[in-house]
Ligand binder design. Structure first.
Ligand code: D41
Length: 776
């Protein structure tokens, strides 16, 4: 097909009837003659063809239809929607203003992870930031410690890779590890140089990181233009920048006035400089825009002064900023400080205060989440807060609505919230807006306090609150459709199974369609087989064509092989986040070992649950009687009464002793695997998977997997730094010496621990030997 197709809407008979099925067919009836049923069928078909075309455009395979054909498909869909507005789907491709559905760009693994920033909201947190760094580095309060302060641009971060001074790749941040390849689009941004300035001697490999943003003036002009063309307006410059960068058609990005500030770097074949400020100057020399308001500051008071100066200029900058970023200037110190799981210890974002607005609370809706939590949501009369129209806000939980905290203290001076009230809404940066105050003087007559539901609004099961939990939860488990669908969404999410083409939207559609039989995760892996056997046909529904169905089946097939940590996280068990899931994976090494340990530990888990209940009761009794609670005694008695076997106790102790695993998480995990319905669903799933063992952390290091104890005085680094570095190299750091200790690092003044190590025959070295061992 090379011939352009004339507009099938205005001239339906102009195209010969030889077009393949993937092209806009010519023999479609005049829109004016369509029955409603025929229109509904055709809308689904056209949406499927457009979705297929979008995927083909971005997959390996070349586009199968021409641009003109693609436009014709869209125009016909628009024409049908115009005649039958009631049939228009909220996710219609005619509504997409740019933001391509995620998953249509190729994925890119960042050579060096893109970290996030810790946030601070007040001056005190900045003083603590400085203190923490001094403590970690072992610097006294008087030792010089320089920082940089720079505006925090409210855009989206981008990583640009240069090889031999030439731009070879641009990737969005994504989850920090994997982003999307937007190279063609980035090349159209004027501030992004195609070639680095040769005179500045660019390193052979250099990844430059920074923020893509849009100025206020360009944003206004774009919205005026969008409105004139009948398109949707963007809510703010940030959304406009994101939507423009993530265009499938780089030609569209080129027409959007995007800008870029460079502020950091990833992989490099040679260091840029010795300090943050010099590195930024070097980036400028290499051809990048850098922010001219960046300053060097010698401590917290200078940082706060810089913050005030930047805040003063905020309104006249001409682009959005949402705070000031502080970074340790000396790059050698940055390297020593390193990072926690996702944020560097050497940087912090000092955010500007949140924006506030008053509006009417129209209704309180209850949403049911993955773990059954009933979350109240405020439906608001739309109001602009800090440049964004807000119509929903979180109300946290039932106590928050009632005007008291879980421990009974007053919130908002005890004022409750009722539908019809005038409420104050707060929006801080990118966080979800909150309702923070209510004006009782404007409360309409005849209102009553909000009656928080005692039953799940989705499945009718009782909704209960556990001891000490502010949240009321649906007890329906997987019989609750809301929990089931949220669990499925979590299961396919990016940090879990991350199945291409199967996102939250598709899960909603599949779940709503009983014929497809997607109820729990295992059903995803039987979808292709059932489709082949004509049981749950995916094709010709929900916008899926033959090709897109095939692509989805392939993407699902690719995920049959899954890492143990991802699998554990994907199960969506309460309290088991990404980090804990990886910790569990490393601790047990295999799915079978984890399950066997949990089964074995179950009686001890139940004993601890009984002990928790006894402890809570004892605390209440003690408070009432004005005496001290006998917690250890009561717990001991409860556990003795349950009498778990020594094996069960050992399995439980091993679980709760694992890195990062506490008793709350352990109980939640134990409950999930002991629940017959959940266990059956999990067993059915795991039988269909190939579960890969976790990679040992930093296996190349000589201390990986070793248990190390530090004792005595360390002279070259603080205890915190020693522990963090050892852990970064894959070692476990323990507080006391036992038979499981592999190595004792003893400084001057080492006492009982050194003697215990000698008695057990454990290798003992001094700090210098330790530094030689870990290579510095
Ligand atoms: O202007 C910004 N938005 C900005 C973001 C900045 N000036 N500096 C940043 N520095 C970092 C580190 C310290 C991690 C290199 C950042 C960000 N990160 C960042 N932006 C979004 C996530 C992280």
């Amino acid at each position: 097909m090379s011939k352009a197709v004339s507009d099938p809407v205005s001239n339906p008979a102009s195209n010969p009837a030889s077009a393949p099925s993937s092209a806009p067919s010519s023999d479609r009836p005049d829109v004016a003659r369509l029955t409603e049923a025929a229109a509904a069928a055709e809308i689904a078909e056209l949406a499927g063809m457009i979705a297929d075309a979008n995927r083909a455009y971005h997959g390996e395979d070349a586009p199968e239809i021409t641009d003109a054909e693609y436009d014709a498909l869209k125009r016909r869909l628009q024409a049908i929607e115009a005649r039958f507005p009631a049939l228009k789907r909220p996710d219609s491709p005619t509504e997409a203003i740019g933001a391509a559905p995620s998953g249509t760009f190729a994925k890119v693994r960042h050579a060096v992870r893109m970290l996030s920033l810790e946030n601070a909201f007040d001056d005190e947190e900045i003083a603590k930031f400085d203190e923490r760094i001094r403590l970690y580095l072992g610097l006294g309060p008087e030792a010089p410690l320089w920082f940089t302060a720079e505006p925090k641009i409210d855009g989206l971060s981008l990583s640009l890779r240069y090889e031999g001074g030439k731009l070879v790749q641009a990737a969005t941040r994504g989850d920090g590890e994997i982003g999307e390849n937007v190279t063609a689009n980035a090349r159209t941004v004027a501030d992004i140089p195609e070639l680095l300035t040769p005179e500045a001697e660019p390193p052979a490999v250099l990844e430059v990181r920074g923020e893509v943003y849009m100025s206020h003036a360009d944003f206004e002009a774009l919205n005026t233009q969008q409105a004139a063309a009948g398109g949707k307006r963007f809510a703010n410059p940030r959304n406009a920048a994101a939507g423009s960068l993530r265009q499938l058609d780089a030609g569209v990005t080129a027409a959007r006035p995007l800008r870029f500030f460079a502020y950091a770097w990833g992989e490099m074949s040679a260091p840029l400089a010795a300090t943050q400020s010099a590195a930024i100057a070097r980036l400028k020399a290499l051809g990048f825009s850098t922010n001219g308001l960046t300053e060097r500051c010698d401590g917290p008071s200078a940082l706060l002064a810089a913050y005030r100066r930047i805040e003063q200029k905020r309104a006249t900058l001409g682009y959005d900023i949402d705070g000031v970023v502080y970074k340790v200037d000396d790059l050698a110190l940055q390297a020593r400080l390193g990072f926690r799981s996702t944020t560097p210890r050497w940087a912090i974002a000092h955010k500007f205060p949140a924006e506030l607005a008053w509006t009417r609370l129209e209704a309180i809706d209850i949403q049911v989440g993955r773990t059954g939590a009933l979350s109240p949501v405020a439906r608001l009369a739309p109001v602009t807060v800090g440049g964004v129209v807000v119509s929903n806000a979180t109300l946290h939980n039932e106590d928050y609505i009632a005007g008291r905290s879980a421990s009974g203290e007053a919130i908002r001076d005890g004022k409750d919230l009722r539908p019809g009230d005038w409420v104050q809404v707060k929006r801080a940066g990118d966080v979800i807006p909150k309702v923070v105050d209510v004006d009782l003087a404007r409360r309409p007559a005849g209102t009553t306090p909000f009656d928080f539901p005692q039953c799940c609004p989705e499945c009718g099961s009782p909704a209960e609150r556990e001891e000490g939990d502010a949240v009321r939860r649906c007890t329906g488990g997987l019989i609750c459709p809301a929990q089931a669908v949220e669990k499925l969404k979590h299961f396919v999410s990016r940090a879990a199974f991350d199945i291409d083409g199967l996102g939250a939207r598709q899960i909603e559609m599949f779940f709503a369609d009983p014929d497809l039989g997607i109820r729990d995760p295992a059903d995803i892996f039987t979808l292709a087989a059932r489709d082949a056997a004509n049981l749950g046909k995916l094709r010709n529904r929900d916008g899926f064509g033959d090709r897109s169905a095939g692509n989805l089946f392939r993407a699902i097939e690719e995920r049959r092989r899954i890492g143990l940590g991802r699998l554990i996280f994907a199960l969506g068990i309460r309290h088991v986040g990404e980090v804990a899931a990886q910790d569990l994976a490393r601790h047990y090494g295999s799915w079978e070992a984890l399950v066997a340990a949990l089964d074995s530990a179950r009686p001890a888990a139940l004993a601890h649950r009984a002990a928790d209940a006894a402890e809570a009761q004892e605390r209440r009794a003690a408070a009432a009687e004005g005496r001290r609670a006998r917690i250890a005694e009561v717990r001991g008695a409860a556990i003795a009464a349950a009498a778990p076997s020594p094996d069960a106790t050992a399995a439980w102790d091993d679980l709760t002793g694992a890195d990062g695993i506490g008793p709350v998480l352990a109980l939640s995990l134990s409950d999930s695997l002991a629940n017959p319905r959940e266990r059956a669903a999990i067993d059915r799933l795991t039988e269909m998977l190939v579960i890969e063992p976790p990679e040992a952390r930093a296996t190349a290091s000589p201390v990986a997997g070793k248990t190390v104890v530090f004792t005595g005085t360390l002279e070259k680094m603080t205890r915190a730094e020693a522990k963090a570095r050892a852990e970064a190299l894959g070692a476990k750091v323990a507080g006391s010496v036992s038979a499981r200790t592999d190595l004792l690092v003893a400084g001057p003044g080492a006492g009982s621990k050194a003697r215990e190590a000698a008695r057990l025959g454990i290798e003992t070295i001094d700090e210098d030997a330790w530094l030689r061992l870990i290579g510095g």
